[in-house]
Design a protein around this ligand. Structure first.
Ligand code: 5GP
Length: 191
């Protein structure tokens, strides 16, 4: 998506360790006009599918996933990061290894809001190794829900999560795909 790529080039900051910061429009301060366009783009890509629910993970995925859910006219459900070791019987829970923080954490959704047979579109901000998306897929599997597809705003192609998920048979639609990035040389996109 041209507008997103241009924004990444203009306002994104590349850090050592293969991390791109987009705090000025996506991860801290939010540009609702850009996110609305992104929501429309995912709707265009997936509108041939029946989507009953959009699923994301707190916190950064919530804003953009809300725009996607609005386009489809369906609810948005976000998985919560579990901060305590108390797991109730009423939740589906899975482990996610964090790329940016280098530790494993638990994410959960209430059984009340994810059901067998529901068709779920999963949305997140970044696709790196694919662990966050695998966690969300696991929650859907536990519920017996069907994953329609996966959408990420930024895919870092060189980290292979996208390849793994596509090899597993999932449809993955990322709005900006980064081929390479470097604090000095800048960012190159896949087209
Ligand atoms: P994965 O699980 O695919 O390795 O990483 C995805 C998760 O890690 C995303 O939910 C995102 O929060 C975080 N992440 C991965 N790479 C980046 C990055 O380059 N920049 C930012 N801001 N977050 C990232």
């Amino acid at each position: 998506m041209k507008e997103l790529e241009e924004r990444i080039v203009r306002d994104g900051k590349v850090f050592q360790g293969e991390v791109l910061k987009v705090d000025s429009f996506l991860n801290h301060q939010i540009d609702p006009m850009l996110l609305e366009q992104m929501g429309k783009e995912w709707h265009r890509l997936f509108k041939g599918e029946r989507v009953d629910k959009v699923l994301t993970i707190e916190a950064s995925g919530i804003a953009m996933a809300a725009f996607v859910a609005k386009e489809f006219g369906v609810p948005l459900l976000f998985a919560k990061k579990n901060k305590t070791s108390n797991i109730s019987d009423n939740v589906y829970v899975t482990d996610v290894e964090s790329f940016t923080h280098g530790r494993t954490y638990k994410v959960q959704v209430s059984k009340e809001y994810l059901h067998a047979g529901e068709r779920v579109l999963i949305i997140d901000d970044f696709l790196a190794t694919g662990n966050a998306l695998i966690g969300l897929i696991n929650l859907c599997k536990q519920a017996g829900a069907e994953v329609v597809g996966l959408g990420c705003s930024v895919e870092k192609d060189f980290q292979n999560g996208g390849r793994m998920l596509r090899d597993m048979g999932y449809r993955v639609e990322c709005l900006a795909r980064i081929k390479s990035m470097d604090p000095v040389a800048g960012i190159e996109f896949v087209h």
